[in-house]
Every structure is written in C-alpha cells, then in structure tokens.
Design a protein. Sequence first.
Length: 115
Amino acid sequence: MKKFKNPQDVNQSLKAWHKLRLVYLNDHPLCENCLKYGKYSFASEVHHVRFLQNGKTVEDRLAILLDWNNLIALCRDCHHRFHAYAKSHNLTRIDNLSPDTPVRPEVTSNKFLDF
C-alpha cells in the first residue's frame, strides 16, 4: 500500500475521492436503500458502508475512502438516518435500514413519567 509522506499525497487522494463520488453517483442515480423497499428517490450522497474511522492509519482510512465496493448511493434522508442510527447503536458499518426502523433506540422507561 502506498505510504503518504506529505499533505500533497492526501490532497491527491481527496481529489480522487471527489471524482470517484461523481462517477459512483452517475452509475447509481437512485438511492440504493430506497430501492430495496420499492421507493424511488434520487441519490445525492455517497455513503461509506464501513466507516473511515475503522482505519487505524491515514493510509487505511484513505483505502476505505476510495474502495468502490464500500460505497452506497443514498438520498439525503437515508444518509442522515444511516448515520443517526449507526451513532445511536454504536455501529462501525451500516448498509441497509428499513424506512420503518426507528433511528433512535426506543425508550423503555422514563424515570420522570414512571409513578
């Protein structure tokens, strides 16, 4: 794997990401998550199934960033829901989320309302 010795290398990889993102959206114009549930929405964002934070080094993170097989095209709403759900459930990857799935964990008890 290529070693990044200076910021120019990282900048080149970020430029490559922007190009990859545009090509991926061109190839996947509809939200891939909505399609699984019979809904048609235009994709405007590209999501990394395996999160960049999973990489232990800059090189690992850039490899995750540029991995075509780690991408999914999403509409803005699905992308927001994916990240909110992943954060609230402490996930390191997410590639599918039913529209009926609550984004936040359900509260089973509220100490202020329990009598």
